[in-house]
Design a protein around this ligand. Structure first.
Ligand code: SF4
Ligand code: SF4
Length: 326
């Protein structure tokens, strides 16, 4: 079932765009830092909170030509981080080529992994590849208990994730300076994440005590009311109350560091977006909106396309793919 209720038409929810109209935050910064590329809408999992609606039935993957375009635009505009995401990015047959090519160019690369894919046939060599190229890992682990994680991501996910985190530790991840292992927490329902600092301490304690696992940082991310999570909210009659919760928690201090201000998001087909959430809604950037058309052209500051889903980035301590923003 697709989400039918438009977030901009829910009674009593003020327009996010109007709320920040005319402020400096409506524009990107002149120099962008992060290019986030979504190279596969295919995923081995089908998590309940997924805002991009990824699952094993999807077939959309980024071509090698589009990856080359991304790398060219990255270099021409001095981006500092290549953030590779999906779906499960590992399921793109050109994934390994991309990691190696980025490494040759000296690019700092992040891969967002669900961990479970790395236990499946054909993918088990990838942790060593990541270590060899000093790829930063951002791994989903919705909670440090089996019950909560499996409820959100599927049966068996917690055990597979723990095995893989142990493997990353054996390779030096979370222990050696250049091998960074960060985890991601998502709330298991229609509520805001707890404080990132206190949850980090809890995760560190529990994962060390119970499994001997160590990691660098924990990112708490607010669930965005779109995609599969939006459909769940609508089905369960919780969409309006969740939106009200986000609006009530609106924090103006979170506007400065909204991730769209310093990143460019590229879809599997080369279309450009301000962020992954706009990508999930199909809202392309203002002005140029294909990576191919940016080649040889400086990326300049642009007006960001906002909607009411943006309340998820500005509630409480703020939320981004790198955790809290305030
Ligand atoms: S949340 Fe991540 S792991 Fe889960 S279905 Fe979506 S893309 Fe896949
Ligand atoms: S969803 Fe968040 S990152 Fe995307 S445009 Fe809105 S505020 Fe920016």
């Amino acid at each position: 079932m697709k989400q039918s209720l438009c977030l901009e038409q829910i009674d009593g929810i003020p327009s996010f765009s109007k709320r920040i109209q005319g402020q400096d935050f409506c524009m990107t910064k002149p120099q962008l830092d992060i290019m986030q590329i979504n190279i596969s809408n295919r995923c081995n999992l089908a998590c309940k909170h997924c805002h991009v609606d990824a699952s094993p039935i999807h077939t959309e993957i980024m071509s090698r030509e589009t990856m080359k375009d991304c790398l060219q635009v990255f270099g021409e505009n001095n981006f500092s981080v290549l953030d590779i995401t999906g779906g499960s990015p590992e399921m793109n047959p050109n994934f390994q080529w991309l990691v190696e090519e980025a490494s040759k160019k000296g690019i700092h690369t992040i891969v967002r992994s669900n961990l479970v894919i790395l236990t499946e046939k054909g993918y088990t060599h990838l942790p060593e590849l990541y270590a060899q190229h000093k790829v930063e890992i951002v791994a989903s682990l919705p909670y440090y208990s089996e019950k909560d994680t499996d409820r959100q991501r599927g049966v068996g996910v917690f055990k597979a994730s723990i095995d893989m985190l142990k493997k990353f530790n054996q390779l030096g991840y979370g222990k050696i300076q250049d091998l960074v292992l960060n985890l991601v927490y998502n709330p298991g329902g229609a509520f805001l994440p707890p404080k990132q600092d206190s949850l980090t301490m809890e995760y560190k304690k529990k994962l060390m005590e119970q499994y001997g696992i160590t990691f660098n940082r924990l990112y708490t991310i607010t669930n965005n009311p779109i995609g599969r999570f939006g459909q769940f909210l609508e089905r369960s009659g919780n969409l309006k109350s969740y939106m009200n919760r986000l609006v009530s928690a609106f924090n103006p201090a979170a506007l400065e560091n909204m991730m769209c201000r310093s990143q460019l998001s590229v879809g599997w087909d080369g279309l450009l977006y301000d962020c992954d959430f706009n990508q999930a809604r199909g809202w392309t950037t203002e002005g140029v909106h294909r990576i191919q058309d940016l080649k040889g052209t400086p990326v300049t500051a642009r007006k960001i396309v906002f909607g009411n889903h943006c309340y998820a980035c500005t509630a409480g301590s703020g939320s981004s793919c790198g955790g809290v923003t305030t």
